[in-house]
Design a protein around this ligand. Structure first.
Ligand code: FAD
Length: 429
């Protein structure tokens, strides 16, 4: 992105949900909520942790409970740098102590089995239940095991998707370090919609960076379900500049479409024949996290339809769904989208508890992708409501310039680190 576009983008951000949330915190010392109203937030990731924290900052007299099974949250952003050997997984780990100690959030480490919209209760796996006045659900995605022949829960241990950061990320890294020079890595990205559209292509670059240094005769084949992908021209020119022909991309119509996976043979079958891999990173199709299905919050697409003015479920009033699980108009499924929606929804929830009409604001997304540890590109956009739909604001944001010098990409890699530090601090700091 050039300087003028960045400046314009910052100007747009001046009216965005981030600034809006801060204004709400400064301008509404203690909203007039009925005594001890309860909001239960499910999922302590980009959407849920941010929503819980901003609810408490905007309305300190609200009782906020966050339900999250894990004591540590590992961010997917930057997990491709772990796979490439440039970060340690521990650098991407965050605990929930600050949310409890600094903001008074009641953090419960448990799995929510489902929400019962009629009794307004969250039912926990351990048998407990939590009453709520309003609930916010941000469970992320779950993997589809019903879509591909040969792919099931056991395949994940042989062909790790690494699409949820943690043990799967480490397994993929370990497999890469075990292959010999001259080996083949298959990356198989899913159909849209899925979490982090540019993620598989960032991964290809960072794996190539590792292979170029340690196993330079190896190759990466991307067998894609799609015909095109996010930031494609920037990725392909960057790959060629950095790695020559080490990465080859095959769209669905040219051999990329996978018909069957065979974990025993370490192979996938495409319309053009059998392709074997020493490492196979099969990233399955996705839909909303399991609890959304258990709670009847999904439509026939498997994602959650919401009123895009408030993120309240169109199926069960009183429950708001944000982040990857929600159908959020033009916004991509990303960490910053989830965080931006979280602040917007926290404010809407407080207004609705006060029987006030929720205010509208703008939402934003920026997504950095690394092609090498010192080479990054980005895409940014601002969104607002057009009628009842979230649309991209015309002329907002943009993508990194094509044909830029390596020094420009190096600067973007620094901005990416700044973005990561600030968003994780915003969630957990
Ligand atoms: P999550 O962050 O996944 O949080 C969901 C939480 O809900 C989890 O902690 C889970 O344990 C919890 N949960 C699930 N079910 C239950 C239940 N029943 N009860 C209680 N808790 C539950 N985004 C960016 O903006 N920038 C990037 O650079 C970027 N890079 C990425 C790279 C990769 C490789 C991947 C895979 C993703 C990347 N993303 C990036 C996307 C980003 O990680 C997601 O969009 C974001 O995490 C979505 O937030 P969320 O709150 O919807 O889900």
């Amino acid at each position: 992105m050039n300087k003028i576009t960045r400046r314009k983008f910052t100007k747009f951000l001046g009216a965005s949900s981030i600034v809006y949330a801060l204004e709400r915190i400064a301008g509404y010392p203690t909203p007039l909520l009925a005594a001890k109203q309860k909001v239960v937030v499910i999922g302590g990731g980009f959407g849920g942790a941010t929503a819980a924290k901003y609810l408490c900052m905007m309305a300190p007299n609200l009782q906020v409970t966050l339900v999250e099974p894990n004591k540590l949250y590992y961010t997917c952003p930057f997990s491709n740098l772990v796979i490439g050997g440039h970060k340690d997984l521990n650098e991407l780990a965050y605990g929930y102590d600050n949310l409890h100690k600094k903001y008074g959030i009641n953090v419960i480490h448990s799995i929510a089995a489902r929400l019962d919209a009629s009794s307004k209760k969250v039912l926990l796996n351990d048998g407990g239940s939590l009453p709520y006045d309003r609930a916010i659900v941000s469970p992320g995605v779950s993997m589809r095991f019903d879509k591909m022949e040969g792919y099931n829960v056991d395949t994940v241990n042989i062909m790790p998707h690494a699409w949820k950061a943690g043990s799967s990320t480490l397994l993929l890294k370990k497999q890469l370090s075990a292959i010999s020079d001259g080996g083949t890595v298959l990356i198989c990205p899913p159909k849209q919609p899925y979490r982090c559209p540019p993620g598989p292509y960032e991964r290809a670059g960072l794996i190539a960076h590792y292979l170029k240094q340690h196993k330079p005769s190896s190759k990466i084949l991307i067998l894609d379900a799609k015909e095109q992908f996010a930031k494609q021209a920037l990725f392909t020119s960057g790959w060629e500049h950095l790695y020559g022909h080490m990465i080859e991309w095959f769209p669905g119509s040219a051999g990329g479409k996978i018909l069957r996976v065979d974990a025993g043979e370490m192979a996938v079958e495409t319309e053009f024949g059998i392709e074997k891999g020493d490492v196979i990173n099969y990233i399955p199709d996705q839909w909303a996290g399991q609890i959304a299905h258990e709670s009847g919050l999904v439509d026939e697409s498997g994602w959650c339809p919401v009123d895009q003015r408030t993120f309240e479920s169109k199926i069960h009033p009183g429950i708001h769904v944000i982040g990857d699980a929600a159908i959020a108009g033009a916004m991509p499924k990303s960490g910053l989208s989830a965080s931006s929606q979280a602040k917007f929804t926290a404010a809407a929830v407080i207004d609705m508890l006060n029987n006030k009409e929720p205010e509208t604001t703008t939402l934003a997304n920026t997504c950095y992708s690394f092609l090498a540890p010192d080479y990054a590109i980005s895409v940014a956009a601002v969104y607002n409501l057009s009628g009842n739909k979230i649309v991209k604001v015309k002329g907002s944001g943009g993508v990194s310039p094509p044909n830029a010098k390596h020094s420009v990409r190096r600067e973007e890699a620094k901005y990416a680190q700044g973005w990561y530090d600030s968003i994780t601090n915003d969630m957990f700091g």
